[in-house]
Ligand binder design. Structure first.
Ligand SMILES: Nc1nc2c(ncn2[C@@H]2O[C@H](COP(=O)(O)OP(=O)(O)O)[C@@H](O)[C@H]2O)c(=O)[nH]1
Ligand SMILES: [Mg+2]
Length: 303
């Protein structure tokens, strides 16, 4: 299945709701009419685009309709698509050129960090890269075991310590092992919950400092994983996690499980951090590099 079909399938619940509503609103467009813009804004808000981003999109559309003298639904759909793509910003991609380089994966419990790491291991392993998974979630033994299964499945290297040990030490050992073995990409799993929030942030900050200290020359991506089904909550999580280490990208998981794919627009326009991947299922192949244009096309494509 191509990426485009895959994202369409992953978005099927969103399409049944958000797309269906958007298209019926758009079909009612007959020229400048305040009711139309109000209905559109409501539809966007209902789809989790968020109040602020929805208002921004509709204000811009109102201006465009006026400036260009747009008339029919097709013209207005094309204009809306352009605005939405622009709001998503650019996906700058992953910069992982040093050997090794590091992907640090953070986020609250249950959002899909470990699964995403398995998918990334498959992706980069499939490109012929040597990958090592670092079990930085030492809070529960089961977390390291789950990561170990992914390492086995994808042929990645694996470094773990015992339950309750210092995750920064796991990362230190992973870096040494990667350098010794000529590994290209280290992917670090982390805990999403400790006894309290400031412990967690201190722990992530310590991991971050170890990477900086041991590999000052290295490329590093810090990805925040957010669960699309939890809606606007993700925005608050992002603010918290950004305090522990500068974020370079967002992975939005479980898009297949929500009828409100509009959350992507809220995240991209509010956080100023690019969405780099989206998760559309539990299998190793269910991770898609995010393409703003393709995503919006999949969302608005069918009338
Ligand atoms: N439907 C769906 N489920 C997902 C996706 N990503 C992760 N999951 C599931 O979410 C649950 C929690 O994932 P896990 O990786 O353990 O989360 P973690 O606590 O952040 O490491 C698991 O049951 C995963 O299979 C996704 O993109 N779609
Ligand atoms: Mg986990």
């Amino acid at each position: 299945m191509g990426f485009f079909d895959k994202i369409r399938q992953g978005l099927s619940r969103t399409k049944e709701n958000m797309t269906a509503r958007l298209n019926s609103t758009i079909a009612s467009f007959t020229g400048e009419n305040e009711d139309f813009f109000e209905e559109l804004e409501e539809t966007l808000i209902l789809s989790d685009v968020g109040a602020e981003a929805s208002m921004e999109a509709v204000d811009r559309l109102r201006d465009t309709v006026e400036e260009r003298g747009l008339r029919g639904p097709d013209e207005v759909r094309a204009a809306l698509k352009e605005i939405l793509v622009d709001m998503l910003g650019k996906n700058t991609g992953m910069k992982l050129d040093s050997r090794p380089s590091v992907i640090l994966v953070v986020g609250v419990n249950g959002v899909g960090k470990t699964t995403t790491i398995g998918k990334l291991a498959k992706l980069y392993g499939g490109q012929g890269k040597k990958v090592l998974l670092a079990a930085g979630d030492t809070f529960r033994a089961a977390a390291a075991e789950q990561l170990g299964v992914w390492a086995e499945r994808t042929g990645a290297g694996f470094v773990r310590h015992e339950e309750g040990s210092d995750p920064a030490a796991v990362v230190f050992d992973s870096i040494s092992a990667a350098i010794a073995r000529g590994t290209e990409i280290i992917i670090v799993d982390t805990a999403g919950r400790l006894h309290n929030k400031s412990n967690l942030m201190n722990e992530l900050n310590k991991i971050s400092r170890v990477i900086d200290r041991e590999m000052p020359w290295g490329d590093r991506e810090t990805l925040l994983v957010l669960d699309a089904t939890t809606g606007q909550n993700g925005l608050l999580q992002a603010e918290e996690f950004a305090k522990s280490a500068p974020l370079t990208g967002i992975v939005l998981t479980k898009l297949d499980g929500t009828a409100k794919g509009g959350i992507v627009f809220a995240i991209a326009s509010k956080l100023g951090v690019p969405v780099k991947f989206v998760g559309v299922g539990e299998q190793a192949d269910d991770l898609i590099p995010f393409d703003p244009e393709e995503f919006t096309e999949a969302l608005l494509g069918d009338k």
